[in-house]
Write a protein that binds this ligand. Structure first.
Ligand SMILES: CC(C)(COP(=O)(O)OP(=O)(O)OC[C@H]1O[C@@H](n2cnc3c(N)ncnc32)[C@H](O)[C@@H]1OP(=O)(O)O)[C@@H](O)C(=O)NCCC(=O)NCCS
Length: 146
C-alpha cells in the first residue's frame, strides 16, 4: 500500500534531515558547503516557499527556494535553489508535490514567475521540471576561465 506523504513548510529543525538526504543523493562534496551557504542563510530568513515531504514521520524530500526582488532586469519572482528526494522515494510523485506546494505558496503571495538554474547537461532535472509544467527560460550565463 502506498505510504501517506505529508508536505509542510520547512523548519530549522528539519536541517539535519535535509542534509542527510542531500548527502545520500549528491555526496559529501556539496554537503560540506551547506552549513556555510544554505543554513546560515535559512537561519536568518526562512522563506515560506521552502517545504519538506514526510512519509511515516520521516523526512523524505525537500525543496528550498526564496522570493527575490528585481533581478536580471526581470520582475520579482521566486527561485527554486535546491531540491531532493530520498532515492527510495524517487519516482513516486514526491518531487511533484513539493513543487506544487512551492507554486501554491507563490500564488498565495502574488508571485507571477518561478525560475531555477541548472547545468545545461543536467537533463534529469530538466525533464522533471518539464513534467511539472516548467519550460526553458531566456537567462544566459557568461563565463571567463582564469
Ligand atoms: C529530480 C527529483 C527532485 C524528482 O523528484 P521525484 O519525486 O523523483 O519526481 P516525481 O516522482 O514527483 O516525478 C514527477 C514527474 O517528473 C518525471 N521525472 C522525475 N524524474 C525524472 C527523470 N530523472 N527523468 C525524466 N523524468 C523524470 C516523472 O516521470 C514525473 O512525470 P509524470 O508525472 O508525467 O509521470 C528527484 O528524483 C531527485 O532528488 N533526484 C536527485 C537529485 C537532483 O537531481 N536534485 C535536483 C537538483 S538540485
Amino acid at each position: 500500500m502506498a505510504e501517506t506523504i505529508i508536505i509542510r513548510r520547512m523548519e530549522p529543525s528539519d536541517e539535519k534531515y535535509v542534509l542527510a538526504i542531500d548527502q545520500k543523493i549528491v555526496g559529501e562534496a556539496r554537503a560540506a558547503s551547506w552549513q556555510q551557504r544554505v543554513f546560515r542563510y535559512l537561519e536568518r530568513y526562512y522563506p515560506p516557499v521552502s517545504h519538506i515531504a514526510k512519509a511515516n514521520g520521516v523526512v523524505v524530500g525537500f525543496i528550498i527556494g526564496d522570493i527575490r526582488g528585481w533581478e536580471y532586469g526581470m520582475a520579482s519572482g521566486a527561485w527554486i535553489d535546491i531540491m531532493g528526494v530520498d532515492t527510495e522515494y524517487q519516482g513516486q510523485g514526491v518531487g511533484r508535490r513539493l513543487v506544487e506546494a512551492f507554486v501554491a505558496q507563490c500564488r498565495h503571495q502574488g508571485i507571477k514567475g518561478i525560475q531555477s538554474f541548472m547545468r545545461d547537461d543536467d537533463t534529469r532535472i530538466q525533464r522533471f521540471l518539464e513534467s511539472v509544467g516548467f519550460s526553458r527560460g531566456t537567462l544566459v550565463e557568461y563565463s571567463l576561465e582564469v
